[in-house]
Design a protein around this ligand. Structure first.
Ligand code: FES
Ligand code: FES
Length: 160
């Protein structure tokens, strides 16, 4: 079986995988990084979203062997160095951006990708960006508010 080596959250990690192994399966099952979730089998939900070489990728749409040598960022690497929640994670907590939390890793990674490219998105831009992420619990207003807050913008006008 091929060996895949990735720089995951700043740490070199390797796994022996089959050619058909999806990146999400390698992360969860071979590398024990279970914060990346599987919420569908149709590439629609976004629960599996990670960053590969700085770009948001649904890790159920990519083979692990395709990520060989890549920089991969997952939810496990998002907290601050002291273990506290980063600004996006904290904003999700503060603005009721989650209930069961199943979609949350993908939402946070998606938000991080958005804010990297667009540090002050409008509400419409946030909603458009989240088109590929499904939450079955909250309704989306809390998630949108959290991303507005994480970008330093007021959410006072939005209903929580
Ligand atoms: S598990 Fe990848 S999009 Fe749903
Ligand atoms: S918080 Fe439950 S699926 Fe989003």
């Amino acid at each position: 079986m091929p060996t895949v080596t990735m720089n995951i959250n700043g740490r070199q990690m390797s796994a022996n995988v089959e050619n058909r192994t999806l990146l999400v399966a390698a992360l969860r099952e071979d590398l024990n990084l279970t914060g990346t979730h599987v919420g569908c089998d149709t590439s629609q939900c976004g629960a599996c979203l990670v960053h590969v070489n700085g770009k948001a990728v649904k890790s159920c749409t990519m083979l692990a062997v395709e990520a060989d040598g890549a920089d991969v960022d997952t939810i496990e690497g998002q907290a601050n160095a002291d273990g506290s929640l980063n600004v996006i994670q904290q904003a999700f907590q503060d603005h009721h951006g989650l209930q069961c939390g199943f979609c949350t890793p993908g939402m946070v990674m998606s938000a991080a990708a958005l804010l990297k490219e667009n540090p002050k998105p409008t509400e419409a831009e946030i909603r458009n960006h989240l088109e590929g992420n499904i939450c079955r619990c909250t309704g989306y207003q809390g998630i949108v508010n959290a991303i507005m807050a994480a970008s330093g913008q007021s959410v006072a006008m939005a209903a929580e």
